[in-house]
Design a protein around this ligand. Structure first.
Ligand code: ATP
Ligand code: MG
Ligand code: ZN
Length: 286
C-alpha cells in the first residue's frame, strides 16, 4: 500500500465512523447497489406505480385481467398505461382494438391510446406486420421489454400495469430486476396445480423483494342465466385453502362468461363492466 492509499483508507474510515455506520453495513450497501439492475426510465416518463400481472401457465386470462384492471383504474380517474411484456404472444392491442404504428420521434416512441384513454405499448404496435411471428431468442426478447421502459415516452401515469408472458422465465426476471415493480397480481384458474403455481410465484417474488398483492381466480365457475345455479366446470377450486396457507388474499373469483370472450374478440374490453374487478383495483390502490 502506498502512502497515498493508506491516507485515503484512513480518511474513508474516519468518514465511516462519523456517519455512525458499521463498516460491514457500508460494504453490504455497496453490494446491494452493485446488484441492482434497475434501468433508468425514459426522461419523458413519470410513473408513480408499476404493477405486474403474472400467471403460472398460458391461457388463464392474464391479458383479460390486466386490461380489466386498467379499465377499472381508469374509470376511477387514474392515469393508466399497459406495457405488454408478452413479446411472443402479444394480445393487449387486440383486446382494446388499437393499431400501430406507435408514433416515434427522436426521444422515443409514444404509446398508442385506447378509446378510453389508456396508454398502450406492445410489440404489435412497433412491428410492421402483426401476423409475422416474433422468433427472437431470449436475450433479444428481454432487451425489447427493457426498451418499452427506456425508450417509451409514457408521460404522467398513476399506474403502469405489465402484462407478463406466462410462467416465471426470462421476461418476468428481466421485468422484476429492471423495473421498479411494486406488486404482483397473480392470475390462476381452477384446472391448474394452483398451490404449486402460487408457491413458485411467491418464491420468485420474495427473491426479488416484491409483494404479491393478491390472487385472481379466473374461469372459476359458470352461472346459469336461467336458474342462477353455479357450476364449477373445471372442478372444485382449492384457491381458498391455498390462499389461507400462503396468506395471499383472493381478490376476485371470475365466472366463465361468453360475453367476455365476445367483447375481447371484438376489441372492446373497455365496454365490459367493472364490478368483478373493484376489490382487486382497491387492493392495488392501497
Ligand atoms: N372469464 C372468462 N370467460 C370467458 N372467456 C374468457 C374469460 N377469461 C378469458 N377468456 C378468454 O380466454 C382467452 C384467453 O384469455 P387471455 O388472452 O386473457 O389469456 P392469457 O392468460 O393472457 O393468455 P396467454 O398466456 O396466451 O397470454 C381469450 O380469448 C379470452 O377472451
Ligand atoms: Mg396474454
Ligand atoms: Zn340452470
Amino acid at each position: 500500500m502506498t502512502e497515498e492509499e493508506r491516507l485515503a483508507k484512513e480518511a474513508a474510515e474516519r468518514v465511516l465512523q462519523r456517519s455512525g455506520k458499521k463498516k460491514e453495513d457500508v460494504e453490504k450497501e455497496k453490494e446491494a447497489q452493485q446488484q441492482s439492475f434497475l434501468v433508468e426510465g425514459n426522461p419523458g416518463s413519470n410513473i408513480k406505480h408499476v404493477i405486474a400481472v403474472m400467471s403460472g401457465k398460458g391461457g388463464v386470462g392474464k391479458s383479460y385481467v390486466t386490461s380489466s384492471l386498467a379499465r377499472c383504474l381508469k374509470n376511477q380517474g387514474f392515469k393508466v398505461g399497459i406495457l405488454d411484456a408478452d413479446i411472443t404472444g402479444p394480445s393487449i392491442p387486440k383486446l382494446f382494438g388499437v393499431k400501430g404504428p406507435a408514433y416515434a420521434e427522436e426521444g422515443g416512441s409514444h404509446p398508442v391510446e385506447s378509446k378510453g384513454g389508456i396508454k398502450i405499448m406492445s410489440i404489435n404496435l412497433i412491428l410492421p406486420d402483426e401476423e409475422t411471428p416474433v422468433i427472437w431468442r431470449g436475450p433479444v426478447i428481454a432487451g425489447a421489454v427493457k426498451q418499452f421502459w427506456t425508450d417509451v415516452i409514457w408521460g404522467e401515469l398513476d399506474y403502469l400495469l405489465i402484462d407478463m408472458p406466462p410462467g416465471t422465465g426470462d421476461v418476468p426476471l428481466t421485468v422484476f430486476q429492471s423495473f421498479p415493480v411494486e406488486g404482483i397480481i397473480l392470475v390462476t384458474s381452477p384446472q391448474q396445480l394452483v398451490s404449486m403455481i402460487v408457491n413458485k410465484a411467491r418464491n420468485m417474488a420474495s427473491m426479488m423483494g416484491i409483494r404479491i398483492i393478491g390472487i385472481i381466480e379466473n374461469m372459476s365457475y359458470f352461472s346459469c342465466k336461467k336458474c342462477g345455479e353455479r357450476f364449477e366446470i373445471f372442478g372444485k377450486s382449492d384457491i381458498d385453502s391455498v390462499s389461507g396457507a400462503s396468506g395471499i388474499p383472493v381478490l376476485a373469483r371470475l365466472p366463465i362468461d361468453p360475453s367476455v370472450a365476445e367483447f375481447c374478440d371484438k376489441g372492446e374490453v373497455e365496454a365490459l363492466p367493472d364490478e368483478d374487478f373493484e376489490k382487486a383495483a382497491a387492493a392495488i390502490i392501497l
